[in-house]
Write a protein that binds this ligand. Structure first.
Ligand SMILES: NC(=O)C1=CN([C@@H]2O[C@H](COP(=O)(O)OP(=O)(O)OC[C@H]3O[C@@H](n4cnc5c(N)ncnc54)[C@H](OP(=O)(O)O)[C@@H]3O)[C@@H](O)[C@H]2O)C=CC1
Ligand SMILES: CC(=O)N[C@@H](CCC(=O)OP(=O)(O)O)C(=O)O
Length: 342
């Protein structure tokens, strides 16, 4: 059995990792950490895991993470980078669900995240964990930078359009909406029920930290600079990302055929029939990204709709997909469950 540890087990992505990994036939969960809940049984905090995770939360310093084969960091930005070097030296492979290793230009990362990077050399080594573009590199990686939730939905949505070379790269637009769990489990006024329910708002319009991450990914696909406007919104739902993507076409093409061909062999990307309108609830609890391709009134703007569950394909599910690839397990092991409805 593969021994794994989770740092940050009381947050939303941490408990989602627990839910998935507790059903993984090749995994033994060795340690799950929390500083605030040290000593508490996991099932006491999360009754949904009663009978599935017979562990107690332990302090990160006492978790013996160096005895694990894989350690997941489901922690705020800036935590994994302080511990990764010693874990790698001990032969442990690391998957960071936060952003510490996502952006290759360290100066850009430091500007957007407002801190000094603790190990810039490891940023270079880290592999960006989006299997649909990096599958081979992920297999051999010691350190995975698991993508952000918005960047997963946006990059998967734009990928075929950009690879096909049929879109104006200077004027890409991503209009994205997230459920409230995207903000994490920490108490914050803007995610209180009375603030976030029955309400809808944009945020981060002047600049959101996912902008440089998405721009880096799209530029890599394009083989050069791209221009992107990214506007995130907070919606009154718990899980889900809905990204509406706009691109001006530079020539005529069968968009539906391009998308179907690009994702034909991808287990977690579902290209819907022409004209469909994917709903966030059609992916809730699953590792799927469902995409629909539109070209309104035969104009020259492509409108791509991309939906994911921010906690699964946008975080914990994708992390397990990466782990499966790194360990030579079937890529879909423990993450091929159907979405929840309603
Ligand atoms: N929520 C989402 O949809 C997504 C989140 N992410 C990223 O994943 C990471 C985790 O997100 P999320 O689960 O929402 O966050 P939460 O705020 O819900 O949870 C954070 C967890 O980290 C632990 N933690 C906080 N500080 C430290 C520390 N200094 N050392 C060790 N553990 C610490 C907390 O437990 P305790 O304080 O008890 O130790 C808690 O378990 C973040 O970086 C987030 O940006 C990425 C994609 C999607
Ligand atoms: C709704 C909401 O607040 N979402 C978060 C994104 C969560 C995420 O993916 O954050 P990291 O890139 O830091 O991992 C936000 O906009 O900050």
């Amino acid at each position: 059995m593969l021994k794994v540890g989770i740092v940050g087990g009381t947050g939303y992505t941490g408990v989602e990792l627990l839910r998935i990994l507790s059903q993984h036939p090749e995994v033994h969960i060795h340690a799950i950490t929390s500083r605030k809940e040290t000593g508490l049984a996991v099932a006491e905090l999360f009754p949904s895991l009663r009978g599935r995770v017979p562990l107690k939360f332990c302090d990160p310093a006492e978790a013996e993470l160096d005895k694990c084969a894989i350690v997941f960091f489901a922690t705020p930005n800036g935590i994994a980078m302080q511990q990764v070097r010693s874990l790698l030296d001990a032969g442990v492979r690391v998957i960071d669900l936060a952003a510490d290793f996502r952006i290759k230009d360290v100066a850009v990362w430091e500007k957007w995240y407002g801190m000094t990077h603790a190990c810039p050399d490891l940023v270079e080594e880290a592999v960006y964990g989006l299997p649909e573009i990096n599958r081979n590199e992920i297999k051999g990686a010691r350190l995975i930078a698991n993508p952000g939730c918005y960047p997963t939905a946006v990059q998967l949505g734009f990928l075929p359009l950009i690879e096909a070379g049929i879109v104006d790269l200077e004027h890409l637009i991503a209009d994205a909406k997230s459920g409230v769990s995207g903000a994490g489990r920490n108490a914050a006024v803007h995610t209180l029920f009375a603030e976030a329910s029955d309400n809808f708002k944009a945020y981060g319009v002047p600049g959101h930290r996912h902008l440089p991450e998405i721009r880096q990914g799209l530029s890599r696909m394009a083989g050069g600079p791209i221009g992107l406007t990214f506007v995130p919104h907070l919606t009154p739902m718990i899980r889900g990302i809905h990204a509406t993507l706009y691109g001006r076409l530079s020539r005529d093409a069968d968009l539906q055929a391009i998308y179907e061909k690009r994702y034909a062999d991808e287990p977690f990307v579902d290209v819907l029939p022409a004209g469909a309108h994917p709903e966030t609830r059609s992916v809730r609890g699953s590792n799927l990204c469902r995409i629909a391709v539109h070209r309104p009134q035969e104009g020259n703007t492509a409108v791509i709709l991309s939906v994911t569950d921010n906690l699964v394909k946008g975080a914990a599910g994708q992390a397990v997909q990466n782990m499966n690839l790194m360990c030579g397990f079937p890529e879909t092991l423990a993450i091929d469950h159907a979405p929840l409805l309603p």
